[in-house]
Ligand binder design. Sequence first.
Ligand code: DX5
Ligand code: ZN
Length: 213
Amino acid sequence: MLVAPSILSADFGLLGEEVRAICDAGCDLVHVDVMDGHFVPNMTIGPVVVEAVAKAATKPLDVHLMVEDNNFFVDLFAPLKPEFISFHFESERHPNRMANKIRSLGIRPSMVLNPHTLPEVTEFLLEDLDMVLLMSVNPGFGGQKFIPNVIERAQRLKELIEKRNPNCLIEVDGGVSDANIAQLKAAGVDVVVAGSYVFRHPKGYKEAIASLK
Ligand code: DX5
Ligand code: ZN
């Protein structure tokens, strides 16, 4: 299981140190939540701060856009060369065009589905995606309760992936912890995002990441 801690739950007063610490603690990706105050009722960070995160990180960035205008934000973040950029299906009129644009910039395209969007919407998009991110909370905030329907959604998505593009990864984001990680793995999930679980773990980041792996 690959683990991508979400820096949304980090101490932003010590952001560089926090990013170095999760990388040293064995994470696989650094998950960066970008919110515009329109698509979701919260705002986070822009390219100036993410550039500082990229400098501190020794692991690749996993940028999760929660925005209305994907074109604008992809252009802003592409120069930072993240490994993945994820855009929401629900905010994109032309998901295939967006996936192809992200790939043309040398970045791996990923599409996100909200907790109540059917996994089947991905079927004819999968061949152009490197990852599908299934939300297991309503996007916008860290520390929310895990929505268990993600297990069935991951199983259904896994079947489509096997048929259409076996190389496509499944990522899950929201409320991930040691209480649901085994079920996620059994459902075919490859990557988990974990914010509050990692940053609030009583035994520290290394133990938290190791327990998910
Ligand atoms: C929610 C974000 C998540 C969030 C996860 O909109 O996309 O990445 O930070 O935090 P936890 O793991 O605390 O649910
Ligand atoms: Zn996220």
